[in-house]
Design a protein around this ligand. Structure first.
Ligand code: NAG
Ligand code: NAG
Ligand code: NAG
Ligand code: NAG
Ligand code: NAG
Ligand code: NAG
Ligand code: NAG
Ligand code: NAG
Ligand code: NAG
Ligand code: NAG
Length: 310
């Protein structure tokens, strides 16, 4: 697919750990994105069909974005921020791409403790793990990685793939002192591992492996994160103490049939000038505009020619 646009990269430097926010300004942005009469934004987030925020504006409940007002209690005047939640969940959506991907924020599992030789004292008050459920969608295995950060850190990823298949993996990171770690994620202070395809839900738990750092406050962190958004450095220890949420990429798809069967059905979603693409390792499909066309392949108007097709 030809991209007629400009990619603007805005590096957001939080003292060493780099989160890159990419903005794509396309020439086709003017084409209708939501159904006629439907809101096409939730705050700053563009919400294109098949997603929608209001009844009859989305394609089935999987594509419902709950756009509600969250009150920021840290500001004295309680500023209200429109926030987009995926389906009925508490997963905040930060980007919806028509190429079958969306970005959500998820919380970081952590364990902060003090070891005084007599025993480990937890702060906060215990190891905190978070569950994430994205079913019927899946966590992208090509865009995300499992990461653990800490000097005595044992992270376990447990989840389910399609057909109720259970999956388990782990990551171990060790080091003497947080300020003597290398600038790469190599097992010293930081560990990274691939995740499997087709994960529908998971829990990341974090615990200690050796218990041998006496008299120190220590924190360990573990999370699945969008690969391009996270770069490890020794400053990551300080950064993680402030990072509550990190981005992750979810693969979405239409229905539960491959293209060949869906094309024959009454409710096929790929409209004019688009093609159907099977979702690898899953049962549904998604749509893309044909070369030379842009816009929203799911919109009833279909894709629009933004220059003469070749
Ligand atoms: C949203 O996701 C698309 C596709 O991954 C990407 O090209 C675009 O830059 C992202 N936009 C923002 C604001 O992150
Ligand atoms: C709440 O407001 C504070 C101060 O303006 C800001 O730093 C913070 O990012 C806001 N939180 C959210 C969730 O927008
Ligand atoms: C509320 O406070 C924030 C940050 O202090 C400020 O940016 C915003 O303009 C204020 N909003 C109103 C309605 O006063
Ligand atoms: C949307 O989220 C709000 C706040 O969490 C909740 O009160 C409301 O019931 C949700 N709406 C739907 C339709 O799920
Ligand atoms: C570490 O300390 C905790 C709490 O004292 C204990 O439950 C755990 O078994 C210890 N782990 C190891 C590997 O010694
Ligand atoms: C994850 O999915 C499996 C299989 O569908 C289910 O048994 C399990 O309860 C789910 N776990 C969570 C935390 O939602
Ligand atoms: C990171 O390492 C550099 C030297 O490589 C050191 O000067 C700096 O203090 C370290 N930062 C932290 C947060 O430990
Ligand atoms: C289309 O209809 C079929 C059969 O009626 C159903 O199984 C499928 O889930 C529907 N797909 C969508 C995207 O609504
Ligand atoms: C999609 O997958 C089905 C089988 O699952 C296959 O028969 C079909 O050729 C595939 N279509 C495309 C466009 O790749
Ligand atoms: C996912 O797809 C890839 C490429 O088609 C294949 O090699 C792999 O075995 C598939 N995994 C599963 C669990 O189906």
């Amino acid at each position: 697919m030809a991209l007629h646009g400009m990619l603007i990269l805005r590096p957001l430097r939080l003292a060493g750990t780099i989160f890159v926010l990419a903005t794509l300004a396309t020439a086709t942005a003017a084409a209708a994105q939501a159904l006629p009469g439907c809101p096409d934004y939730c705050g700053d987030l563009k919400v294109p069909y098949p997603f929608g925020t209001v009844e009859s504006c989305y394609l089935g409940e999987n594509f419902f974005i709950n756009c509600t007002t969250k009150i920021n209690t840290t500001t004295s005047n309680f500023t209200q921020i429109p926030t987009a939640y995926l389906m009925g969940s508490d997963n905040i959506v930060t980007n919806i791409s028509l190429d079958g991907e969306l970005q959500i924020l998820q919380r970081v599992s952590h364990d902060c403790f003090y070891n005084d030789r007599k025993g480990v004292i937890h702060i906060s008050p215990n190891s905190v793990s978070y569950k994430l459920q994205v079913s019927p969608f899946t966590i992208s295995d090509t865009r995300n990685k499992l990461v653990s950060i800490g000097c005595d850190t044992f992270a376990i990823l447990e989840g389910y793939r399609q057909d109720e298949e259970r999956y388990e993996s782990g990551c171990l990171s060790l080091c003497g002192r947080p300020n003597s770690v290398p600038e790469s994620c190599s097992g010293i202070g930081c560990c990274t591992a691939f995740i499997p395809s087709g994960l529908k839900n998971h829990t990341v738990t974090v615990s200690r492996y050796k218990n041998d750092s006496y008299g120190d406050w220590r924190c360990s962190y573990a999370f699945i994160v969008e690969e391009n958004y996270f770069k490890f450095s020794n400053a990551s220890f300080l950064e993680m103490a402030k990072a509550r949420n990190l981005p992750m990429v979810i693969n979405w798809e239409i229905g539960d049939q491959p293209c060949a069967a869906a094309e024959k059905s009454h409710n096929f979603s790929c409209k004019a000038n688009s093609k159907c693409i099977n979702r690898t390792n899953s049962s549904g499909y998604f749509c893309m505009c044909l070369p030379g066309y842009g816009g929203n392949p799911y919109h009833p108007d279909g894709c629009q020619g933004n220059h003469d097709p070749v």
